[in-house]
Design a protein around this ligand. Structure first.
Ligand code: WT7
Length: 676
């Protein structure tokens, strides 16, 4: 087997567990990996032999994959080496790098300072109003240590959960890393989420601490945040303290004894803290994402495997050169992209990043390009929805700026349409920067499918191939791989280091959602449709379940429907994602009003849109709400969203033969024509 890349004498020795029988040769001295023996294959696991006998050595491809991941994990600092790369005996609950111990924050911060890079910039931060902060790795270490000491002073201990709802300010990064340093799983909640959404996430995780700010800048205005979080924490007895960053100077309600100012508590702390190591499988964070039901799922990620894969993919997908690149991921830390590609991946790789607080058109539509020019951004990672927005604003805007520093462009969140791809390539990439279309999910933790930048011939709209170490397939209903030129479901047929370890507090939901669909094969069902082209490259086709993708954000139809029916005037609601030229999909709702009200005044629908924004957050606001007398349902009572999508996208309505009452669509169409 290939030797690990770490240098001799650097102390990172990886031993094999002595107790297991080894079917392969083993180097004496304990310094090399023999992944084949490192793998226990379980009956029914994808690694099991043909007969499923646990004693059979796994197929060579699997052994090589594990050796590959062991090499990547070797790029991190481990306090205690792992004894086994993957333990899949309890599939689908994976354990990677078992027995290994490390500290994630040490790997993201301290080790770079110790290696003499303390003066390197970790973040060029820019606030929406134009204020800036430059944070070196040495600064970052001090701030993270102070924050960790502050959390300790509040009596938090390993395993306690911390909820974070903050704007895109450096304290958000300090808070996440301080949690990681202390083994406190964080649950970051996007700043645009409503008090109700925050409350349910705090409750589900049982968070003891909430970290927030007085307010946040949004489109040039200072908006309250603490006032919102107070509404949430009124009902969450688990929260003992609320730590508040002063950002906007907005006046805040204050609960004496519970609430603490960041600048009082954190700034008074010593700036040194010695990190302890945690098990590779210690929970790092929970991040909630929408599923097909109304209740968001707490996706659980752990430490060693997650950090290994985010660091590896960040380095390779963007071809990162830590000494020269200036990297900018435009996501919000409230989403997985922010966790993996603003915080953990780039910092593990000692990247210099840009972090921007505000919206792309505040105070003008050239804001992003101005930032790229000012900091010399060389790697820019954003979402197709923003590219389409730039297209709408016009190419004369980027043309005003010097964007020649750009070397690699990334895309994430939804399939990138070829028009947006070409525009991106021309107007940001000067016709030469490779575009890396990265497919992954909150659940996968890190990039799974992406072209190798510059190496693969460009295919506008295709994520192309699984990255080395990852295996993905497009399969039919039965799980058989489809042929070239054919469509099917995207599955991940082998476990991967940054895979979710479960749904917080709900093992059954984890099995049911991801592993039940192809249980006989042990495949992870991603929920996306895909096809192979004639070269065998993968093209993503969007979700196959009732999950919408609005501006790259996942929103479930059920979640919006339950928000709609919680409004007193609404009797029933059905929601679909209709294609939208800017946001990819847009939310279109069909509602039946109570008391036989068929037609509504526009103000009912306006009030309903506001209601949904209040219940979930502005991102869930329907683009359009249609009041209808009936909803199309099958005989078993299931709403036929396909037909509603036809209406929403103004198409001829498709096959209605499975409807319980086939005249319903005529009724809906007549009613809508009437009210238009
Ligand atoms: C869903 C996951 C991964 C961070 C952002 C969203 C869609 C994501 C792509 C892409 C086609 C994509 C999928 C996936 N998606 N990236 N490059 N091409 N589709 O994370 O909220 O967990 O959503 O986003 O449908 O299942 P998420």
């Amino acid at each position: 087997p290939p030797r690990p890349p770490w240098r001799p004498g650097d102390g990172r020795v990886v031993r094999l567990a002595a107790s297991r029988p080894s079917p392969t040769t083993r180097t004496s001295g304990g310094t090399s990996m023999t992944p084949r023996s490192d793998l226990r294959s379980a009956p029914g696991s994808p690694f099991a032999g043909a007969e499923g006998t646990p004693s059979r050595p796994p197929e060579p491809a699997a052994a090589e994959r594990l050796a590959f991941w062991a090499r990547e994990a070797g790029n991190l600092d481990w306090e205690t080496p792992w004894s086994q790369v993957l333990d899949w005996t309890d599939a689908p609950f994976a354990r990677w790098f078992t027995g290994g111990r490390l500290n994630v924050a040490h790997n993201c911060v301290d080790r770079h300072v110790e290696a003499g890079h303390g003066d390197q910039v970790a973040f060029h931060w820019e606030g929406e109003p134009g204020d800036t902060r430059t944070i070196t790795y040495a600064d970052l270490k001090r701030e993270v240590c102070k924050t960790a000491n502050a959390l300790l002073s509040l009596g938090l201990s390993t395993g306690d959960r911390v909820a974070i709802q903050l704007p895109m300010i450096p304290e958000a990064v300090f808070a996440m890393l301080a949690c990681a340093r202390l083994g406190l799983p964080h649950s970051v909640v996007f700043g645009g989420f409503s008090p109700a959404a925050l409350r349910s996430r705090i409750e589900d995780a049982g968070a003891r601490l909430l970290i927030t700010s007085d307010g946040q800048y949004r489109r040039g205005r200072a908006e309250p945040l603490k006032a919102n979080t107070d509404e949430a924490t009124r009902h969450t007895p688990s929260v003992e303290h609320v730590l508040v960053v002063r950002r906007t100077g907005t006046e805040v309600p204050w609960t004496e004894g519970r609430d603490l100012w960041w600048h009082d508590l954190v700034d008074a702390q010593p700036d040194e803290h010695r990190p302890e190591s945690f098990d590779a499988e210690h929970p790092l964070f929970i991040l909630y994402t929408s599923g097909t039901t109304g209740k968001p799922k707490g996706i659980l990620h752990t430490s060693g495997g997650y950090l290994t894969q985010v660091a590896y993919t960040h380095r390779t997908a963007f071809d990162l050169a830590p000494d020269t690149d200036v990297y900018w991921c435009t996501a919000d830390i409230g989403w997985i992209t922010g966790h993996s590609y603003i915080v953990y991946g780039p910092l593990a790789n000692r990247a210099t990043s840009v972090m921007y607080e505000g919206t792309p058109n505040t105070p003008h539509q050239g804001r992003h390009f101005e930032i790229i020019e000012r900091f010399g951004v060389s790697v820019y990672y954003t979402a197709p929805t923003l590219i389409r927005t730039f297209m709408k604003w016009g190419e004369h805007i980027p043309a005003r700026y010097d964007l020649s520093s750009i070397r690699v462009l990334g895309s994430v969140g939804e399939p990138i349409n070829p028009e947006a791809w070409r525009w991106y390539r021309t107007h940001l990439g000067a016709e030469r920067a490779p575009i890396v279309d990265t497919w992954w999910q909150t659940e996968t933790g890190a990039v799974m499918i992406a072209p190798v930048p510059g190496a693969a011939p460009a295919k506008p709209g295709s994520a192309q191939q699984p990255v080395p170490g990852i295996s993905a397939k497009v399969v039919d209903d039965q799980g058989a791989e489809v042929g070239r030129g054919e469509r099917g479901y995207l599955v991940l047929d082998q476990p991967w280091p940054s895979m979710l370890r479960g749904v917080w507090g709900d093992d059954e939901r984890y099995r049911e959602t991801y592993w039940a669909r192809f249980a006989h094969l042990g495949y992870y069902f991603a929920g996306d449709g895909a096809r192979y082209d004639e070269d065998g490259d993968i093209w993503l086709l969007g979700r196959v379940d009732d999950v919408m993708n609005v501006s790259g954000h996942r929103i479930s139809t059920a979640e919006v429907e339950s928000a709609l029916v919680s409004y007193p005037a609404v009797a029933e609601a059905a929601v679909v994602g209709a294609s939208d030229t800017t946001t990819g999909q847009a939310i279109v709702a069909f509602v039946i009003l109570r008391g036989g009200v068929v037609r509504s005044a526009g103000d009912v629908t306006a009030a309903l849109r506001e209601h949904v924004a209040r219940e979930i957050g502005p991102i869930a606001k329907p683009r359009q709400i249609m009041v209808v007398p009936e909803l199309p349902k099958t005989r078993s009572g299931k709403i036929m969203r396909r037909l509603l999508r036809d209406v929403a996208e103004k198409r001829e309505v498709g096959d209605v033969t499975t409807l319980a009452d086939s005249s319903v669509m005529d009724l809906i169409n007549a009613g809508l024509a009437d009210s238009r």
